[in-house]
Ligand binder design. Structure first.
Ligand SMILES: C[S@@+](CC[C@H](N)C(=O)[O-])C[C@H]1O[C@@H](n2cnc3c(N)ncnc32)[C@H](O)[C@@H]1O
Length: 232
């Protein structure tokens, strides 16, 4: 078994934001596995790849939304075994993820299990929502001698304030229902700029200025916050 399985990044959701390489590998794959955590919900990844391949090549794999580590490990191992079986049957297989496969992605866990099962995995990078958010705002993530930090949105205001003070630019991902904490904190500590960018490249795309604009809606599923403290 010397075939490579590809882990493809698809970009933030606009089908034109995938790489030429990812598109070619999608077209060459016999099976494209799409991991999805919400069985009922829409899969942005599926919608992106349907622009390039027929639905018959897509294999949806549900990963339960749970904090039960054992259950998750079991499920990822099952999906990895399934992929291994397919490649042993001579099929070319790839699996996909929204944004970049190495950033907060189910693909990271699946890759770990595949590698442990002796499968060779090659990642093809995708445009992360981090880059897409900064480009949409037309703001630099970093300039010479500067830096930026990327964090999963914390739940308590002290951690939010602490992280914002650490870097000239801070990006919070997975803001979701913690948005009220974020809005409250930026209003209190008054960084130079504070934006929430929602559903980039998808229907319902929106940008909220958290310091000066209208208050964003309560929930911010598929949102990235970009905060500029001021200074480099
Ligand atoms: C599981 S992480 C996946 C990150 C992805 N691998 C990446 O590189 O962008 C999901 C988080 O990514 C961000 N995200 C992904 N796609 C987005 C989009 N189209 N618009 C805004 N945020 C997005 C949100 O913060 C969301 O909560």
């Amino acid at each position: 078994m010397n075939k490579t399985v590809y882990s493809l990044g698809l970009g933030p959701g606009d089908h034109e934001l995938i790489t030429v390489k990812a598109k070619r590998i999608l077209e060459e794959s016999d099976v494209v596995v799409v991991p999805q955590s919400n069985e009922q919900g829409r899969s942005v990844a599926r919608e992106v790849i349907l622009h390039y391949i027929d639905a018959s090549k897509i294999e949806m794999c549900y990963i339960p939304m749970t904090n039960n580590k054992e259950e998750l490990v079991k499920r990822y191992t099952e999906v990895a075994e399934k992929i291994k079986e397919m490649i042993e049957q001579g099929k070319s297989v790839s699996y996909v993820t929204q944004g970049d496969p190495t950033i907060y992605s189910t693909s990271n866990y699946l890759t770990e299990k595949l590698v442990a099962a002796g499968v060779r995995v090659k990642h093809i990078p995708g445009i992360s929502s981090i880059n897409a958010a900064a480009s949409m705002l037309g703001l630099p993530l970093s300039v010479k001698k500067g830096n930026f930090g990327v964090y999963e949105m914390p739940g308590d205001p002290e951690s939010v304030a602490d992280l914002i003070q650490r870097h000239p630019t801070t990006v919070f991902m997975k803001v979701n229902n913690k948005l009220p904490t974020l809005v409250e904190t930026v209003k209190r500590i008054k960084p130079e700029r504070a934006f929430l960018v929602k559903r980039i490249g998808l229907d319902g795309e929106a940008v909220y200025d958290m310091l000066n604009g209208a208050t964003p809606p309560e929930s911010a599923y598929l949102s990235v916050a970009v905060i500029k403290r001021g200074g480099k």
